[in-house]
Design a protein around this ligand. Structure first.
Ligand code: PMV
Length: 328
């Protein structure tokens, strides 16, 4: 048998980084998906091939216990990062089905740039766990997939992960995450436009940087708390469908993230390009450092402005993905 499952990426409307310290965050799933096709094998080997992970594609084959050896020449740190998530996801599927020796062929196709703030790893992990458990005859509820995916991110990111990405990808829609309290919330289809600078970031490193600042300076800790206040304000604006306030708060959130040292020249450039193009608001999304920004724009001014910017490798409109993980 073969099972294909997909799961969406996400943008952060508000609250990344602060969510790691128990403040609320509101990520929204977007219609850019990772598709994972899994076939259970008769032996205990694993073969993983991937396309479109912002790489030229790669194939990795290995048996249990031996190290993954990429058989094509592509950037090794990115492959190692991707393989860490995939291997842990398969481990969760083996655990859920109580089949510790199960082997798999895995094909990954993703429309989500890797390490760019759109939740690529969470989407691959969520879809991978779902497809692999189904292959072993177990159907998990999306909440259970989300819980297991969180354990994977927590493990691979050395304990520095919130539940935001994995819950959002598994459930779809707009979600609110505060510590262990995760829920889907009502939201209109917000007019998101994403700008991508072509770079990738190391989430763990950026999270560690914020942690260091927060430990060193009370005003950095206050900044993290201010993000929490802003998110609570944002939730009210979301409930009222008040796009103007949402935009203003996104601008504010970007400023606070910049103060915490996680913006970059190119992300600031994209944010200002979006504002010049008429955005209601714009901010970086995800860990920062490089990758993507998200703007709100009901017209086409922002997309046009971004497409003309030399700092922008790709820009696109991103509809809210109301469905989370699903069998294709
Ligand atoms: O850049 P991403 O998609 O890995 O998002 C990271 C979001 C953080 O809040 C910085 C970390 C987390 O686990 O929530």
């Amino acid at each position: 048998m073969t099972t294909t499952t997909s799961a969406p990426g996400k943008v952060y409307l508000f609250g990344e980084h602060a969510v790691v310290y128990g403040e609320p965050a509101v990520p929204c799933a977007i219609e850019r998906r990772a598709r994972v096709t899994v076939t259970a094998r008769d032996d205990d080997r694993v073969r993983v091939s991937a396309d479109d992970l912002s790489l030229d594609g790669f194939t990795v084959e290995y048996g249990s216990g031996s190290d993954a050896q990429p058989d094509v020449d592509v950037p090794t740190p990115l492959i190692e990062a991707a393989m860490g998530y995939v291997e842990e996801a398969l481990g969760q599927a083996r655990d859920a089905a109580d089949r510790p020796e199960a082997g798999f062929d895995v094909e990954i196709e993703s429309e989500i740039p890797l390490g760019a703030g759109l939740g690529s790893s969470a989407a691959v992990v969520v879809a991978g766990i779902d497809a692999a458990t189904r292959e072993l005859g177990v159907d998990l509820a999306p909440e259970d997939v989300s819980e297991r995916a969180y354990r994977v991110e927590h493990e691979v990111q050395d304990g520095q992960a919130s539940r935001a990405d994995t819950f959002c990808s598994a459930m779809g829609g707009a979600v609110r995450v505060e510590g262990d309290d995760c829920r889907v919330i009502d939201a209109p289809d917000l007019p998101f436009v994403v700008g991508y600078d072509g770079a990738s970031h190391d989430t763990g490193e950026l999270v560690a940087g914020v942690r260091g600042l927060r430990d060193e300076y009370d005003f950095a800790a206050d900044t993290v708390e201010a993000v929490g206040d802003l998110v609570r304000e944002g939730e009210r604006a979301l409930a009222d469908d008040d796009l103007e306030t949402l935009g203003r708060l996104m601008d504010f959130n970007h400023g606070l993230l910049a103060a915490l040292g996680v913006s970059s020249r190119s992300l600031d450039d994209l944010v200002w390009t979006a504002r010049d193009g008429g955005a209601l608001g714009a901010k970086l999304t995800g860990a920062g450092g490089g990758g993507c920004i998200v703007a709100l724009d009901e017209g086409d001014g922002v997309e046009t402005a971004l497409s003309l910017s030399p700092a922008c490798e790709q820009s696109f409109r991103a509809a809210l993905a109301t469905e989370g993980v699903r069998v294709e």
